[in-house]
Design a protein around this ligand. Structure first.
Ligand code: NAD
Ligand code: DAU
Length: 330
């Protein structure tokens, strides 16, 4: 099987590239290499005969038309992915997550690509006070990021209804693991704690997320890609629900730091209080998450502890400017 994986130099995309190559797929990785794209993430497969790389933007119609030629399926990870950045600057989110998705879809339609899998997010549903979202629930996004992802999902479903394209959408929950850019809660707090820096908890820290380890998320995407029904959506949630303050305390414990590092700061505007997913539909295809949260978090902390050479260079340059803008006045 020949796959075009977009955003394969990012966090989850790179985990998926490794999984696909190990399972015998041929992988073309198309990535724009934004601040979040890191060739180091796929350095160990760069010379593999089944791997190739295209440096391009998914919104570049000419480049993607060329890249989709001869491909059996496209797995679209490419996105601007950080909520806080979307609140500061929404433009790139609309450009990549909505327009880019539409450009890529249309290239697939023209080339007759067999299947298009859109990697989406539980955030498109919005916040849920109790219970869990099903795939049939309406979308109700809160942030420019989640609204852009929802726009992408709607394009994908429209291409199915209008042109009969074979599409599948996965909606994943909060993902963590090695190689995650240190702007998201877990890698930010782990690396800050390792350096003895404060951990900026938004508001009361009682917002709840449903956590999933990256490899389990990729396994869910793999299952939907191979066994999902055309035109369907599949939720991919780890089922480990916890308030942010609990995650923070676990990280302090695992890094040998104390609670004096916790700094409650001004809340995120439009902050969703709770996410939760009903994953029955994907479980019916045989998928289930295999990693317990405490073990997977410990493994992740261990990775960041032993891989300073991966994250220290990232936490300089552009990152410092972003950090100052995001947290400076909080
Ligand atoms: P990431 O920010 O780590 O990586 C994104 C990758 O996409 C980078 O390699 C970047 O260079 C590339 N990219 C960005 N814009 C591009 C463009 N216009 N053209 C080509 N490449 C481009 O993201 P991630 O956390 O790995 O998320 C991957 C996907 O999974 C996203 O679609 C995201 O919405 C979705 N998702 C993420 C999570 C999570 O918790 N991280 C959960 C659910 C869903
Ligand atoms: O739910 C899936 C989504 O999870 C993905 O679609 C997104 O790509 C991914 O970024 C993530 O979005 P969140 O906004 O939930 O993740 P983030 O790691 O930014 O924040 C997790 C929680 O932690 C959230 O309630 C905000 C809080 N937080 C985050 C940061 C960065 C803090 O309290 N302080 C922080 O500094």
């Amino acid at each position: 099987m020949k796959l075009l994986v977009t955003g394969g130099c990012g966090f989850i995309g790179s985990a998926f590239v490794h999984m696909a190559i190990e399972r015998g797929a041929e992988v073309v990785n198309l990535d724009k290499l934004t601040y979040a794209g890191n060739p180091e993430n796929v350095a160990d497969v760069a010379d593999h005969p089944a791997y190739s790389f295209v440096h391009a933007d998914i919104a570049d119609a000419e480049a993607v038309a060329e890249a989709v030629k001869g491909v059996d399926a496209v797995v679209n990870f490419a996105a601007e992915s950080h909520v806080d950045r979307s609140i500061l600057d929404p433009g790139e989110f609309i450009q990549t997550d909505v327009l880019g998705t539409a450009v890529l879809l249309d290239a697939c339609r023209t080339a007759g690509v067999g299947r298009f899998l859109q990697v989406s997010t539980d955030e498109v549903y919005g916040s849920i006070p109790s219970g869990a979202f099903k795939e049939t629930d309406p979308i109700n996004p809160s942030s420019p990021y989640s609204a852009s992802k929802a726009g992408g999902d709607l394009q994908v479903l429209a291409w199915h209804r209008t042109y009969g394209m074979d599409v599948v959408i996965t909606r994943g929950s909060n993902t963590f693991g090695p190689r995650q850019y240190p702007e998201k809660l877990i890698p930010l707090f782990v690396t800050n704690a390792l350096d003895g820096l404060s951990l900026p908890v938004y508001g009361d820290g009682m917002q709840v997320r449903d956590w999933i380890f990256a490899d389990d998320h990729c396994e869910g995407i793999w299952t939907a890609l191979h066994s999902g029904a055309a035109g369907e959506v599949y939720n991919v949630g780890g089922g480990y629900e916890a308030p942010n303050i609990e995650i923070t305390q676990r990280i302090l414990e695992l890094t040998g730091r104390d609670e004096s590092l916790i700094a409650h700061v001004e809340d995120r505007p439009g902050h969703d209080r709770r996410y939760a997913l009903d994953t029955t539909r994907l479980r019916e295809l045989g998928w289930e998450p295999s990693r317990g949260f405490p073990e997977a978090l410990a493994q992740t902390v261990e990775w960041y502890t032993s891989r300073r050479e991966w994250w220290e260079p990232i936490k300089s340059g552009e990152y410092r400017a972003y950090y100052e803008r995001q947290y400076g006045g909080r």
